[in-house]
Design a protein around this ligand. Sequence first.
Ligand SMILES: Nc1ncnc2c1ncn2[C@@H]1O[C@H](COP(=O)(O)OP(=O)(O)OP(=O)(O)O)[C@@H](O)[C@H]1O
Length: 612
Amino acid sequence: MGGIPETGTHVLEIFRAAEGELTRRDADVLESWRRCVNQHKLDPTRHMGPRILTQQELRSHLQESEELLGMARHGMEDLYRRVNAMGYVLLLSNARGVTVDAIGDAELDRDLRHAGLIAGSEWGEQHVGTNGVGACLASGQAITVHRSDHFDVALTPLSCTAVPIHDTRGRLMGVLDLSHLQAPADKMSQALTLEVMKSCARRIEMANLVRNHREDWILRLNPSPEFLDVDPMAAVAVGGDGRITGVTHNAHDLLDQNLVGRRFDEIFAYNPEDLPVLSRALAPVEGVLEMQAGGMIFARAVPPAKAARMVAGVALPAPLQSIHGGDPAMARLAERAAKVVDRKISVILRGETGTGKEFIARAMHQSSRRRGPFVAINCAALPESLIESELFGYAPNAFTGAHARGKKGLIREAHGGTLFLDEIGDMPLGLQARLLRVLSEHEVLPVGAARAEPVDIRIISASHRDLPGLVAEGGFRQDLYYRLNGLVLDVPPVRARADLAWLIERIAGATEGKVAFTAKARQLLLAHDWPGNVREIINTCELCAALCDGVPAGPEDLPAQIAAGPVPGPAEADLQRLLDDCGGNVSEAARRAGIDRSTFYRRMQRAGRAGR
Ligand SMILES: Nc1ncnc2c1ncn2[C@@H]1O[C@H](COP(=O)(O)OP(=O)(O)OP(=O)(O)O)[C@@H](O)[C@H]1O
């Protein structure tokens, strides 16, 4: 079946099919024939051919189809490069069946024009009868209309394979069609073309979803683990509120028909806040998700490409966006920090050494409207004898050995900007009283000066010590503590961060000479507990860059404590039992194990890998 039919035979077959007679044609072609005769009242004895729009009409369609054109162009060019010189023409039609883009062999130009395979041709089934584009639009399904499958006998030299393209809300936007002017008679010759076209449409929709949902998590889905990372069957975008914000069309077949706007945990038996656990950062192997409707699916979560989460409807300032790569605790921290950058609220950053407290304070300063400098003081590193003059400055010749012109002092240096007081818990009590005065009166009295100087500073302090405890013990002034304690932000240790892989990549990329890691080394890096936090990652990357001369670093290049791998404590083997005891409640199990949720997940992953 599929050769050029004699007109009478072809017309007869169509009429018989329209009356319900079964033939050996594919069901989708028969349905289209029936629509043409019964619904559109088309006459198969009449040769219609596609209508060619005027330039003005085409211009208006092009304008309307701008989004579709932008979305498909790259995928079309890529596909055409692969089929070029095989006599194909690639058409993109909008949802009304008008060809808005065409790529074909210039040598075939005359034949393509003759067949109407050019921009501006209109292929709606109601005008032209059964054809690839028209039938695909009418049914919403991919189809091959091969030679005598066409309704109009004049079109029967053609073979057309058409696939639908949907926007991220699942609406049909247009059709991608690959047509051949002289395809072999056997329709099976186009079976592979159909698969190639489906995969092209899938990739176009995937790229569109990623482009339009840069601030959302993207969850890649596949019925099997193969190709999950490179060419998944479907994907959904999940917004910060845990709702599905966009989909690729196949997600409807894999999951459910109406997805956009629904809560993620209505579709999957999974909490959207736990998406980081399905990312590469925590799971080098793919995850499996249970669906609420029953069944399982392989999944991989990709963190938001752009951390532009919104704060009260306003995008986060870029410096604060860059402090994390999707870790939920850090994301919350960035959002809260953004809300106070231009307010007179003092901030305390709490966290282990090297977690990035100064880095975050600097990002807050850069995100604010303050134009003065960012001045950092490490209260623990300054000798007590110097700290007073360093901080408050001194008048000319204030004391023996003092500079004749005096010293401005770091507090006045920070005028109009931000003063970052690191290790504030180590500030001597006497100086605390003077600092309190600066904060209350907005002025500094340099050592030996008769007159106080006005200052406008914003204070951000940091401590890894328990300040309320210090206050209780009398080691820290309560009144100063309340002045500093406007907003407390807890910076998580690196081992608890879900974006650890992102952090390592980022620092590796910024290291002089750049550094890459082998898969085994990366596994060890992800399994390490990083007691030195970000600072330890920086040191490790610098060491590897120095040792490896541009070659990816392997386990042997890593510092010994990382290369040795984690010590598999007995607790790891007990995690599953603990989880079972808690009825699968990870938060509760983590609490009982005395570790945070991310660490719990990571250890589970590790234990799972060890058991493979
Ligand atoms: N998100 C990040 N991206 C890149 N580098 C970072 C990031 N966070 C921190 N760093 C780097 O890590 C190092 C340690 O950070 P930082 O000095 O801010 O930590 P800290 O918590 O203030 O440490 P400490 O308590 O010891 O003073 C710095 O070199 C900083 O530039």
